[in-house]
Design a protein around this ligand. Structure first.
Ligand SMILES: N[C@@H](CCC[C@H](N)C(=O)O)C(=O)O
Length: 256
């Protein structure tokens, strides 16, 4: 079959977007892997289907490049930009994805995605934390993230036995700066460093909040700047929003 697609990126986290309102996309892992392959396919960190929803503005189904599923923050922002281009929604939307129903909106070209409240922020030791923002995130604080081998260090933590019950974890290496946090992320499901990870940036923003940073926290990823805002009330992070750009790269069609 012929598949029409549009490629988007959100701070360098890149996705294949498919208008699947007719639900004709074959959700086959080998097709998703081939489409996301950077040498034999279109190339992307993930693939996103936008479908009709009986009550909400739309449903978004997210696949990592290996075909696994989880919440994707940058993908949600790109999914909204794509839904706007399809005239499914305008400036505000409510949609369903992997972990439930979320709000999303655009303001002055920046897309703001609301994540669920977070009450568990686990400090593992002086330098390491674990936070689940809809996807699982291990966080390592480091004084010079530019010098790190993200793939080998990230893969070792991703495969720790304590994370095997949840199919591993994403791993974020965060350098605390005066005006925000510099971040590099190893993504589960891509099994590589990506240029940016939205749920990871949010997890790091929350840890920064625990360490005394004021909302909004600026997160500097390899692919650009994200902003994480929140309130902290009754030992809980609430009204958590991830904000940043989402841009169309190109569109095309392939035979699958
Ligand atoms: N890139 C994403 C996270 C996608 C899911 C993740 N790889 C996982 O499997 O947990 C983001 O922007 O949040």
């Amino acid at each position: 079959m012929k598949l029409n697609f549009t490629k988007y990126q959100g701070t360098g986290n890149d996705f294949i977007l498919v208008d699947d309102r007719e639900q004709s996309f074959p959700q086959d892992i080998s097709i998703i892997k081939n489409l996301c392959d950077r040498r034999f396919g279109i190339g992307a960190d993930g693939l996103i289907l936008i479908q009709d929803h009986p009550e909400l503005d739309y449903r978004m189904i997210y696949f990592n490049s290996d075909g696994s599923q989880s919440l994707c923050g940058n993908g949600s922002r790109c999914g909204f930009a794509f839904a706007q281009s399809l005239n499914i929604t305008r400036e505000h939307a409510t949609f369903e994805t992997t972990d439930g129903i979320h709000k999303i909106k655009s303001e002055n070209g920046i897309i703001h995605f609301q994540l669920f409240d977070v009450s568990e922020v686990n400090q593992l030791n002086d330098q390491e934390w674990f936070v689940n923002t809809g996807s699982p995130h291990h966080i390592v604080l480091n004084e010079d993230v530019a010098a790190l081998d993200i793939v080998s260090n990230g893969r070792q933590i991703r495969n720790l036995p304590e994370y095997s019950g949840q199919n591993g974890t994403n791993v974020n290496f965060a350098q605390l700066l005066q005006n925000g946090v510099k971040l590099r992320t190893y993504e589960r499901g891509v099994e590589d460093e990506t240029l940016s990870c939205g749920t990871g940036a949010t997890a790091v923003g929350i840890v920064a909040g625990k360490l005394g940073y004021k909302s909004p926290v600026s997160i500097q990823t390899k692919g650009g700047e994200l902003s994480v805002s929140f309130k902290y009330e009754n030992e809980k992070f609430i009204e958590i929003w991830l904000a940043g750009p989402a841009e169309k790269v190109f569109e095309g069609s392939v035979t699958i």
